[in-house]
Design a protein around this ligand. Structure first.
Ligand code: SF4
Length: 394
């Protein structure tokens, strides 16, 4: 997973924090560096570190074997932080086994039971996700905070529009972004009063404009790192669109240090979508960035099939390559100019291109094997300069 140099011209802004302004490009490198750091085991977010991808297991945490199998699949897909639900003592007890056998930081998701938080900390988790407001009072929250300080772990203050405190719903006449921000600030102050600042905050809502507004308002008032997410986003298709819009908008405006794409699907899909969001914004690189034309009446190849086969064939490539699949020689070569490698379909044959130049004309069934050979040989450090790159800042 290559991180490339920062990009963009920094624009000085009046505030100490970078605020998104509609229609104005806020260089991420500028905004992101001004956020505090939060250390979650081996992963640090904020302070200019890359946006970290996280997900949550769907398994019964009490079943350590099944949970670990899912965690290992998530790790393989590029998940950098994994959260598990800890609903009872048996689940808390399973955390020892789970933590011992995974690579990425482990987060325990706790609701209501402060003793479970203490047990999770004891089991060695790297972060707990709590809502200090539902731990049973300030006294219990203090006990958990003290244990977290001693263990050197992080805490996420997770505000959710669906479970906002009643006094804030009454005050703002509903679960508004302002109420969500006040809840988050209230809870971060509780933690600060105990001397705890290794904090990350989330302000999730299923309504995309509401979550954008909540995160944006919070960033105006606090420099704690933010965990982005659209909660209850839905199945893969709709959930990915909502997440790309909500999370993507915020990231493009320099807001957000870690993210979870919540989908009603295999959590590996969440990780894949998260990576595509980061790659599309040029914030991280991982493997191939595939672009393809949509096809049209000029196309003389089954482009949907060709593209699906290329996508499958390049899925395991780790190099941050930009590969294009185009449907015809009329516009294809020109549109593929920015790609490192491209295949351009034709009638029974096609072109293989490298750095915008045709390197071979091949029968259709030889295109993908030839593309894979070129991908293997391609040295990304020797890319011709001047090409518009799809990768940018960390
Ligand atoms: S590259 Fe060719 S086939 Fe693809 S959309 Fe453009 S004109 Fe149509």
């Amino acid at each position: 997973m290559t991180e490339l140099p920062l990009y963009g011209k920094c624009v000085e802004r009046p505030s100490s924090l970078a605020l998104p302004v509609m229609g104005e490009f806020v260089p991420r490198s500028f905004a992101h560096k001004r956020v505090r750091e939060c250390k979650i085991g081996s992963v640090t977010i904020g302070g200019g570190h890359p946006v970290a991808i996280q997900s949550m297991t769907l398994t019964d945490t009490r079943d350590a074997k099944a949970t670990l199998e899912q965690i290992h699949r998530l790790e393989e897909a590029g998940c950098e932080i994994v959260r598990v639900a800890v609903p009872d003592d048996e689940a808390a007890a399973a955390l020892y086994e789970i933590k011992k056998n995974m690579r990425v930081p482990l987060v325990a998701d706790i609701h209501f039971h402060y003793k479970l938080a203490l047990k999770a900390i004891d089991a060695g988790v790297d972060k707990i996700r709590i809502n200090p407001g539902n731990l049973g009072g300030e006294g219990r929250a203090k006990v958990v905070t003290k244990a977290a300080i001693e263990a050197g772990i992080a805490m996420r203050v997770g505000v959710n529009s669906g479970s906002l405190e009643k006094d804030l719903i009454d005050k703002y006449e509903g679960p508004t972004p302002m109420g969500m921000v006040e809840s988050a600030l209230r809870h971060t102050r509780w933690l600060e009063d105990e001397g705890f600042t290794n904090i990350v905050v989330s302000l999730k809502a299923s309504n995309v404009p509401r979550m954008i507004e909540a995160y944006t308002l919070f960033r105006e008032q606090s420099d704690y790192p933010l965990h982005l997410g659209v909660t209850e986003a839905g199945p893969i298709f709709t959930g990915s669109i909502k997440s790309a819009l909500g999370i993507g908008f915020l990231l493009q405006n320099g807001i957000g240090e870690t993210m979870r794409v919540s989908l009603t699907a295999d959590p590996v899909e969440e990780v894949k979508v998260a990576w595509e969001i980061l790659k599309a914004l040029g914030l991280r690189t991982k493997g191939v960035n595939l672009v393809a034309c949509p096809s049209c009446g000029r196309c003389e190849v089954d482009l949907l099939d060709l593209c699906a086969r290329v996508e499958k064939a390049v899925a395991k490539i780790d190099k941050p390559l930009h590969i294009a699949v185009m449907g015809c020689v009329v516009n294809g070569p020109g549109e593929a100019r920015e790609a490192d490698l491209a295949v351009v379909g034709g009638k029974g044959k096609g072109l293989l291109m490298k750095d915008g130049k045709v390197v071979a004309t091949l029968p259709e069934d030889e295109l993908i094997p030839a593309l894979l050979r070129e991908a293997e040989l391609y040295d990304v450090s020797m890319r011709p300069s001047g090409k518009v790159r799809f990768v940018a800042s960390a």
